[in-house]
Design a protein around this ligand. Structure first.
Ligand SMILES: Cc1ncc(COP(=O)(O)O)c(C=O)c1O
Length: 334
């Protein structure tokens, strides 16, 4: 099966498995895993942050950040397509006792004017706005990338109102592959960041929270409370480090393929795709009838995608799709 359901479906390569086998490890709950410690320092430095904390998943990364930034009763501004709002099992309500304030943006990208208008006053009866949460690239928004001016404006708004700025950077790597800014340039704008190694980079497990040394010290305890304190985690950090070293350069091809397929689909006309609305490795396109019908036709051709609405399908590209497989996918639409 040509699996385009998500970029999370990749398997560790033999070389990655070898890197895992070779990694020196120790007990990370004691802070003694040299591979984890080195990787946390490396990624924190990349993003201009003081410290990092390796966590099992992107959801845990986001939710630890929100827990560290908020008090019960606070409010978080985010786009209505945000992963935190749609796909994290209401954890912000459960863990941090905060409410989410979803705004209508474009392709999952927040409009700074709407964000500023949504910041609450400080009356006793108001929820207190505490965090602006940005997702870059956007998942449900179709892989869109924030521009530097918009991010800087959001930072200014946060500073003006005494708010924190959080980045859900599960797929920040796909944005960085297009070179709009460096990791340090974007990273230094945020109070907390969560990045994933298990999406397009292709590690089997692993995300990282980045922030100040003080906040990461507290986040370490929160991770423990959530059952995320792991022991010889160097095995996983080695896979993630291997992915960063060897798979980052492949992301550009994934991004290009999403756009190429959009062109093929647009040219044929039966389905609706807009290459101008393809920014990274995620392609959303509309079907003339029920998405489920197209999905079963695709499945008969050995291609797997996911429904993203009654008449919308999502395809996500990753490095384990071969050139031949990509041609087969294009041929289906041709
Ligand atoms: C934007 C975004 N944030 C967070 C996550 C959560 O990552 P995980 O599945 O590792 O918990 C995902 C997962 O796809 C995502 O797309």
């Amino acid at each position: 099966m040509i699996d385009l359901r998500s970029d999370t479906v990749t398997r560790p390569t033999p070389e990655m498995l070898q890197a895992m086998i070779n990694a020196p490890v120790g007990d990370d709950v004691f802070g003694e895993d040299p591979t984890v410690n080195a990787f946390e320092e490396r990624v924190a430095a990349m993003f201009g942050q003081q410290a990092g904390l390796f966590v099992p998943s992107g959801v845990m990364g986001n939710q630890i950040c929100l827990y560290e930034l908020t008090n019960p009763g606070d409010e978080i501004i985010l786009d209505n397509k945000a992963h935190i709002f749609n796909y994290e099992a209401s954890t912000a309500a459960w863990l941090s006792s905060v409410q989410l304030r979803p705004l209508q943006g474009k392709n999952g990208i927040l409009d700074p004017e709407a964000v500023e208008a949504a910041v609450r006053t400080k009356n006793d009866w108001d929820p207190h706005t505490r965090v602006i949460a940005v997702e870059n690239t956007t998942n449900k928004g179709g892989g869109a990338v924030y521009s530097m001016p918009v991010l800087k404006t959001l930072r200014e708004i946060a500073d003006r109102h005494g708010l924190f700025l959080h980045l859900d950077g599960a797929r920040i790597w796909n944005a960085l592959a297009e070179n709009p800014y460096s990791a340090a340039e974007i990273g230094s704008l945020f109070d907390t960041i969560s990045v994933c190694f298990s999406k397009g980079l292709g590690a089997p497990v692993g995300s990282m929270v980045l922030s100040t040394a003080e906040r990461i010290r507290s986040a370490r305890r929160t991770r423990k409370m959530l059952g995320g304190g792991m022991r010889q985690t160097g095995l996983l950090a080695a896979a993630a480090a291997y992915a960063l070293d060897h798979h980052f350069d492949k992301l550009k091809t994934d991004n290009e393929r999403a756009r190429k397929l959009a062109h093929v689909i647009q040219k044929k006309g039966r389905y609706a795709a807009d290459p101008e609305n393809v920014f990274t490795n995620i392609l959303l396109f509309d079907t003339p009838g029920p998405a489920e019908q197209t999905l079963s036709e695709l499945a008969q051709a050995g291609i797997s995608m996911t429904a993203f609405g009654p008449q919308t399908i999502r395809a996500v590209f990753h490095f384990q799709i071969t050139d031949d497989e990509f041609t087969q996918v294009c041929d289906f639409f041709k």
